[in-house]
Design a protein around this ligand. Structure first.
Ligand code: ADP
Ligand code: MG
Length: 225
């Protein structure tokens, strides 16, 4: 068995709105193995995105612990969380969130530049990963000049360019048609396997979940066995 990169202990999240509280996550326990792709599935509204946000330190749990490589993330200051995310995490969403005024290359370079990587090196890494996602001849195009599948490939390249330990993906192919979704996932999967990146991917697509190393289901606020 490989090492555990992420441990989630008794995690809860209750939203309080207009004095009405809704318990969404009611005690999530999860251990994520390094280098594996774990699919998180569950009905719409079951708390998949909520869990992924919390794992990515973008939202705080109501209670519980998140241990990443032996270190508890829940007590970090906001600045420490931002630095942690930039160094260790990559994010991919259903909608690409690329910056429209920047080229594909510039979009992919950004996380490395923000992390303090020299421009020349960031450019080299970005060109390399864009070639791997099949967009060598599109590096100077803007997002608006690319197809949906191409934009998602740029988003994947951006998430992987700075070699994060963990990639969190929320329905990364959810906006693509079935055949495009399958080919984008296949590409993503082969790239992360090559880099030995750990991935947690939320998906409601059972056929994609089956292609992952492991599938967990959220039901009634807990991980179903
Ligand atoms: P999923 O991604 O599985 O579809 P979400 O995590 O987005 O589910 O949402 C889980 C539940 O939490 C839903 O009932 C949703 O309405 C509620 N929820 C999500 N975000 C918020 C929020 N910011 N404030 C209040 N309720 C929220
Ligand atoms: Mg969601």
């Amino acid at each position: 068995m490989s090492d555990i990169i992420l441990k989630v202990k008794n995690l809860t999240r209750t939203y309080i709105e207009d004095k009405v509280s809704t318990a969404v996550l009611k005690g999530i326990n999860l251990e994520i193995e390094e280098g594996k792709i774990t699919a998180i599935t569950g009905k719409s509204g079951s708390g998949k995105s909520t869990l992924l946000h919390i794992l990515g330190t973008l939202d705080k749990p109501t209670s519980g612990e998140i241990i990443f490589k032996g270190k508890d993330l829940t007590n970090l200051t906001n600045d420490a969380k931002a630095a942690f995310r930039n160094k260790n995490l990559g994010f991919i969403y259903q909608f690409h969130y690329l910056l429209g005024d920047f080229t594909a290359l510039e979009n992919v370079m950004l996380p490395s530049l923000i992390g303090g990587c020299p421009e020349k090196e960031a450019r080299k890494k970005a060109l390399n990963i864009l070639e791997k996602v099949g967009l060598k001849d599109r590096v100077d195009f803007h997002p608006g000049e690319l197809s949906g599948g191409q934009r998602q490939r740029v988003a994947i390249a951006r998430a992987l360019c700075h070699n994060p330990d963990l990639v969190l993906a929320d329905e990364p192919t959810g906006n693509l048609d079935a055949s495009n979704a399958a080919s984008v996932f296949e590409l993503f999967s082969s790239l992360v396997k090559e880099k030995k990146t750990t991935v947690i991917m939320v998906t409601h697509d059972e056929s994609l979940a089956k292609l992952c190393d492991r599938k967990v289901v959220i039901k009634d606020g807990v991980i179903e066995d």
